[in-house]
Design a protein. Structure first.
Ligand SMILES: Cc1cc2nc3c(=O)[nH]c(=O)nc-3n(C[C@H](O)[C@H](O)[C@H](O)COP(=O)(O)OP(=O)(O)OC[C@H]3O[C@@H](n4cnc5c(N)ncnc54)[C@H](O)[C@@H]3O)c2cc1C
Length: 293
């Protein structure tokens, strides 16, 4: 089923966008995995209308109830992929959601892990996007840094193309069942080795392993991971958007902490509303164009 708009993230930005879209009469599904940044906010005292401080969890859950009461489809799941083939497809481990337009509202960019050599070798063997870069490692030995569902997705993306895939969990347990073809090493990683190009990895027990490439897939897919899969421009770790919250990919918008800026509930809500307004206009225009054909 093709929805008009799918929103990734059910924090203030994603939920605010959903309210505008639903009230404009378009179909919208929000896919988000948890309470986002507000899970950690003990008291919100600076958001308009809340004279009595709310906890972050209460605030975001109240947004979920508001959206559901309006008829917004709210799905709790982790998104592992975003692709385009005549329309957008948002993928979780088990479901796919097709849409005319997508709003990324996944919150703050993940901090890069502090592993020696990782930042220096970015673009020289260190990659953040399996679907973008697998081709460069045809028949070669690659490692995936991560331990959960997103790492599994990236590893599966690489398997048919590369020579071998090794999962480096960096000392964490592998949380998902990884296929037998994927070798799992659970030792802490101390450094990514190589000068001009990735050569391998060293571990806390003093051992090393040789690899031609390393794909970073820690935790769940962040906004940058998803945007990069479509070739959307980034501004550092933030998704690059214009004043209308539009990325450089037609039909793809972003809002909230993932675009940088103030990183407050108030700004996330405003940017979500703006992204919704732009996405609504995009879908309506696409309908007019389709009717003319
Ligand atoms: C400790 C703390 C205190 C704060 N205090 C305040 C305050 O007092 N006032 C204030 O205005 N702001 C405060 N903030 C900031 C505020 O929480 C954020 O600015 C706001 O929540 C951003 O909204 P967002 O929707 O962009 O992102 P988030 O609220 O982070 O929501 C992101 C959403 O994306 C989802 N998501 C992420 N990745 C995926 C994926 N791969 N698949 C599916 N879903 C995904 C998450 O589950 C979540 O639903 C605080 C933040 C923290 C951490």
């Amino acid at each position: 089923m093709m929805r008009d708009i799918v929103i990734i993230g059910k924090g203030p930005a994603g939920i605010s966008a959903a309210l505008y879209i639903k009230r404009a009469g378009l179909s919208v599904t929000v896919v988000g995995k948890d309470h986002g940044a507000l899970a950690k906010a003990e008291k919100i005292q600076n958001y308009f209308g809340y004279s009595i401080a709310s906890t972050g969890v209460d605030l975001v859950e109240s947004g979920w109830k508001q959206a559901q009461a309006l008829g917004v489809e709210l799905v709790t799941d982790e998104v592992v992929d975003l692709s385009w083939n005549g329309g957008f497809t948002v993928k979780t481990a088990t479901e796919e959601y097709d849409a005319q337009a997508v709003i990324i509202a996944t919150g703050s960019a993940r901090k890069a892990p502090r592993i020696a050599g990782l930042a220096q070798l970015e673009g020289r063997g260190v990659s953040y996007c399996a679907v973008c870069d697998a081709f460069f490692y045809r028949g070669k030995r690659v490692a995936v840094l991560g331990n959960a569902r997103y790492a599994l997705h990236e590893a599966k993306e690489l398997l048919p193309v590369v020579g071998s895939v090794t999962l480096l969990t960096n000392g964490l347990p592998a949380s998902d069942p990884f296929p037998a073809e994927i070798r799992v090493l659970d030792k802490p990683v101390t450094a990514i080795l190589g000068d001009e190009q990735v050569r391998g990895v060293s571990f806390s027990d003093g051992t090393t392993e040789e690899f031609d490439g390393l794909f970073v897939a820690l935790g769940s897919a962040a906004a940058g991971d998803l945007a990069r899969k479509l070739g959307a421009a980034m501004n550092g770790t933030h998704v690059d958007v214009d004043a209308d919250m539009a990325t450089n990919i037609p039909g793809l918008y972003a809002a909230g902490d993932c675009i940088g800026g103030m990183q407050q509930v108030s700004s996330a809500v405003a940017e979500g509303a703006k992204a919704a307004t732009s996405a609504i206009a995009y879908v309506r225009q696409a309908r007019v164009s389709a009717a003319k054909k």
